[in-house]
Structure formats: C-alpha cells, structure tokens
Design a protein around this ligand. Sequence first.
Ligand SMILES: [Zn+2]
Length: 253
Amino acid sequence: MFVDPHTHHHLSNYATLELLSSEGVEAVAILAYIPVRPSSHKTLLDLFNWLVNVEPDRLRSVGIKAYIGLGVHPRNIPDEGLNELMDSLELWLSRADLVGEVGLEVGSEVEVETLSRILKVSSELDKLVVIHTPRKDKEPIIRKLSEVLRNSPVHPDKVVVDHASRDLINEFLGLGTYVGLTVQQGKLGIADLIDIISKYPELIDKGLVNSDCGRDPSDPLTVKKVYHALITSGLSHFDAIKLTRDNALKVLR
Ligand SMILES: [Zn+2]
C-alpha cells in the first residue's frame, strides 16, 4: 500500500526488493543515477537502456510496479559527449515514465544549461520532473533553481523539488512545486518530518515522502515507517497515506 517516489533501486539487490514487496510497498520510482561522473555520454545511454528495458521486469517479478525516471543528475554530466546526449534526450525521455534525477549540485553554468534544456523537453513531453537539491549550500541553490524554473516552460504541478530541509521548508513551499521529503541519514529524520508536517500542514497535499534508497545508507522501508510514525503522532490515515502513497501516485500517473 506504500509508494516510494525517489529511489535508485537499480543499485539494490534482489533480497531488498523481496523485503519491500513483503512489507507492502506497491510501487517505486527508480531514478537515473550512478555514483561516478561518466567519462562519456555512452555510459548514460547504457544506464538508460538498463533502466527502461531491464528494471521494470525485475521489479514486476516481486510484484512491485516500477516507474522509470531518466535524466542527467548534475553529478552525472559526462566529461565528453554532452551535446550528443542532449540530442538523444527527447527520444529517451519519451520512453521514460518521468524525468529524473536532474537538478543542481553546485549551480555551475553547465548544470544550469543542462537542467534548462531537460526542463524544456520535459515540458514538451508533459512529463513529471524530479529535481535534486544538494546537502551543502542549499539556500543559494534553491534561489538559483527558482530562477531556472521561472524561466522554463514547465508547470509547477509537474515538478517535485526534492530533499527539502527543515530550515528551508518555507523556501521549498515558495517554489509552488511538489516538495520531496527525503527521510534518510544526513537528510530529514522521522522526528523532523513529523514536526514540519505539524507546522506546515499544507505539506499534506504537497509533500512526497521518499527514501532515496540505493547505494548510500538508507532504510528501504522508510516510507512505511514514516506512515506509522505519522499515525502515532495523531495524523489521520487519510492524511498520512497522502504523504506516503496518494500524492506520489497522483503525480506519477
Ligand atoms: Zn536520489
């Protein structure tokens, strides 16, 4: 009954997928990302091929629906072949369920240019976009991102800006997009999440709880654990399930 809208489960082993299935996770979004900067755009084309043509069947074999996100994470902008990559992007994105993980890490010119081009194509294809924000220097990056979004044709209802932090929650809400609430070591804790939901109830309709689970320390069952913690904190089932399933399905479908 739970949906995790930001994962990198292409990097998770089969036992993790079986655990998710047995604990009631019905769907996940798997977003393109590898933990090294590619030497060539061809590495990303192989990654896209892997995600689109292999992962959905692997997830289906344990009874989980996979929504596949393709895009160029700011840490995955290749050393060579960025123009060739951009030329083939429309074709690849048209084969994806959503666009991601894309975004800004340091806010350099090449990152801004890459993100802007991806947003334009996403808007033309009417795809949901999941946007990464960094752990460090989040505030200036949010300001820059706000400018990039304003100058792009993409509709705020088609955007999730992810990895919201407790201290910048106002800035995230100010973007007018959906807000990704990543509960993971080094990002939000469950207690932080409960606190910001009680202070900013508008997040109940705008927030998407996720694990960002892949290769880094993360609990694959985060979304389920957050649901139970929200119920214990006094939130209704109706509101808790919005944050841990319904908002995600609304934007993913
Ligand atoms: Zn991620």
